[in-house]
Write a new protein. Structure first.
Lengths: 410, 227
């Protein structure tokens, strides 16, 4: 005895086609709401993806870092610095680490070869540096543990350094002058490149600075080039993000023991930083989704009002339908379905508009913005949900009309 | 057999805080297959009586039997089904849905009784054929003359094969020619065995019926079956 959903849909489509302009105006708030939610989600998604790929390129989420603890009051004694001996103590206690990467940078040092000179960073590192950065020599070799033990006078050049300093000559086996040390070139690193997918103002090779670095054994740096310098920070690479967290936990007490119980170092992990970032972007998303929700709320109220007005206008039609046998549920379903159809339509328009805007904005800002199918589904569900919620009051009102009164309505 | 029987039917309205008695104890009996006219001046209660007979409204007190069933005590939800199956309405102002074509208008009661789209179309076309409108199926009501519109309304009223046909001033908005045609259709329906109840204030129209029931001040003045 009941009117089926298809009938209701048919009636709803008819009603909407009859009142095209009104339906379009009605739906505007929903279109804007859905659109803004979609655009914001896509921007956030794009930003996350872009940050993640940057992080991955820089060694991923398996990193642990030891740095000066800025919260510690150094007037109580202690230095946030390690000697080679102290470093070796740490290395001995972290066999599970894939790589340990303390580094000492000599900034703006000038390297000379046959009257040519090149000024940029020279960094003292362990052989582990290769695993640490997943970055290996293109030609020649990196220095090894023996070079390290013997404070060998060797250097590995960045690709740009090699090009600029040696031009067409083969640098391998040649000697460069750095401060008062003659260093033999034993390798040249692979070129590093990471293009920002957006290009534009942030375009170009974001990792070019790495190609301008050169490497010497940490011991050579600490004992000869920058004699008396100490290790200020250490990076540690673990097998997995979980391992990184474990190493982070283990490292704190080791450092405390070495430093006589003074918390001069802070141990952090990329995993932790990432979680922090995720937390931040969550808050950011929440704010924008709230804004979208508010516009949906306003849109919903507008729809409710227009549906109420439309029901007033169609009182007589409702009376006729009741007189020929429509039940209250039939009238209720008819108007609810119509509201849902309108908001659903608004959702579809919102998605289309959102997509076009994303296209436009991502082209303009040079930023990748990703709208996935699940976002479309969510947008659609939300708009249908708005229809269901705000359609109830008008539908109840319509279905509660008294048939005699409704038929008398002019 | 009595298709309609009422006992001490009373209907009170609240107008603000004042209680107004629209029906003051109606004893009405209509036999299956009769053609009855209900007459009375405005405010006599004839419209209220028609609404109760048509199950659009319930009495304040008294009993109303339709087709042997006591419907005066039924909840409103059940009345919708009775209106759908047992009653066909014809209104003075036709009350066709303007945005639906003729065929769809006539299909409406069948839709609410749950018939499949194909059967609805079949049945509605057949009925429209019988009132001479088979060439107007796809027209909108505003493309038809008044007489044609009322014929569509009659088709809609009888498409579900109801127990009674209730017409409220069916010729009130028509010229005499078209009105005559409509009354002729009622006459034919009556001859075919249908029960027709017509509310009118026009004596000439009322005279077309077998029996005239006159209502004044909420009571039957004359025309009771006993007369």
């Amino acid at each position: 005895m009941a009117i089926s959903l298809t009938e209701s849909l048919q009636i709803g489509v008819n009603d909407i086609m009859m009142r095209k302009v009104r339906s379009l105006i009605t739906v505007f708030g929903i279109v804007l709401g859905v659109m803004s939610i979609m655009v914001v989600l896509a921007i956030i998604n794009g930003m996350n993806k872009s940050t993640m790929s940057w992080m991955q390129e820089r060694g991923g989420t398996n990193k642990v870092e030891v740095e000066r603890n800025w919260d510690y009051d150094f007037r109580q004694g202690g230095y946030a610095a390690l000697t080679l001996a102290e470093l070796n103590q740490i290395r001995g206690q972290l066999p599970e680490a894939v790589a340990i990467g303390p580094s000492i940078t000599a900034w703006g040092t000038t390297m000379q070869y046959k009257g040519f000179s090149y000024t940029d960073q020279v960094i003292g590192v362990l052989p582990d540096h290769q695993q640490m950065e997943s970055w290996y020599p293109e030609t020649g070799r990196f220095f090894n543990e023996i070079d390290l033990r013997e404070n060998a006078n060797v250097i590995v050049l960045g690709s740009s350094v090699a090009k600029d300093l040696f031009k067409a000559e083969n640098p391998l086996g040649q000697s460069v002058m750095l401060k008062d040390q003659m260093l033999t070139v034993i390798g040249i690193m692979k070129e590093k490149a990471w293009e920002n997918p957006g290009g534009g103002a942030f375009g170009g090779n974001a990792l070019e600075y790495m190609n301008r670095q050169s490497f010497v054994p940490l011991s050579t740096m600490m004992n000869k080039i920058e004699a008396g310098s100490l290790i200020r920070s250490i990076q540690i690479l673990a097998k997995s993000p979980e391992d990184a967290l474990a190493i982070q936990k283990k490292l704190g007490p080791i450092l405390l023991r070495i430093k006589n119980g003074r918390p001069v170092f802070r141990v952090s992990s990329a995993q932790e930083t990432m979680q922090q970032m995720k937390q931040n972007s969550k808050i950011f998303s929440m704010i924008f989704i709230m804004i979208g929700m508010i516009s949906l709320l306003v849109g919903g109220i507008v729809i409710m009002n227009i549906m109420l007005a439309s029901i007033k206008e169609r009182t007589r039609e409702i009376g006729v339908r009741l007189a020929i046998g429509a039940r209250r549920t039939d009238i209720f379903v008819q108007f609810l379905v119509q509201t849902v159809l309108i908001t659903g339509l608004g959702g579809v328009f919102g998605i289309i508009l959102g997509y076009s805007i994303l296209d436009l904005v991502s082209g303009y800002l040079g930023m990748p913005m990703l709208a996935g199918p699940q976002m479309i589904l969510v947008s659609l569900l939300v708009s249908v949900g708005v229809g269901l919620i705000f359609g109830i009051v008008p539908a109840v009102k319509a279905s509660n009309l008294d048939p005699v009164m409704a038929l008398r309505d002019e | 057999m009595e298709i309609i029987k009422t006992q001490s039917l009373i209907k009170d309205y609240l107008l603000g805080k004042v209680r107004v008695r629209a029906l003051a104890g109606i004893e009405l009996s209509i036999i299956n297959g009769e053609f009855v006219a209900i007459m009375g001046p405005s405010g006599s209660g004839k419209s209220t009586l028609m609404h109760i007979i048509g199950c659009l409204d319930s009495p304040s007190a008294g009993e109303y039997y339709l087709d042997g069933d006591l419907v005066s005590k039924l909840p409103k939800s059940a009345l919708a089904g009775i209106r759908n199956r047992k009653i066909g309405f014809v209104f003075q102002s036709f009350n066709l849905l303007p945005h639906l074509n003729v065929l769809k208008n006539v299909e409406l009661p069948l839709m609410y009784s749950g018939l499949s789209a194909r059967k609805r179309k079949e049945q509605a076309s057949r009925i429209l054929d019988s009132v001479g409108l088979s060439d107007r199926l796809k027209h909108r009501p505003n493309e038809l003359s008044g007489g044609q519109r009322q014929r569509v309304a009659i088709a809609r009223a009888i498409v579900n094969n109801p127990s009674i046909l209730l017409a409220d001033e069916p010729t009130g908005n028509l010229d005499s020619g078209a009105g005559g045609d409509i009354l002729e259709i009622f006459n034919d329906l009556h001859k075919a065995g249908n029960t027709v109840i017509m509310v009118t204030h026009d004596r000439a129209v009322a005279e077309r019926a077998d029996r005239i029931i006159e209502i004044r001040d909420g009571m039957i003045h004359n025309g009771d079956l006993a007369d």
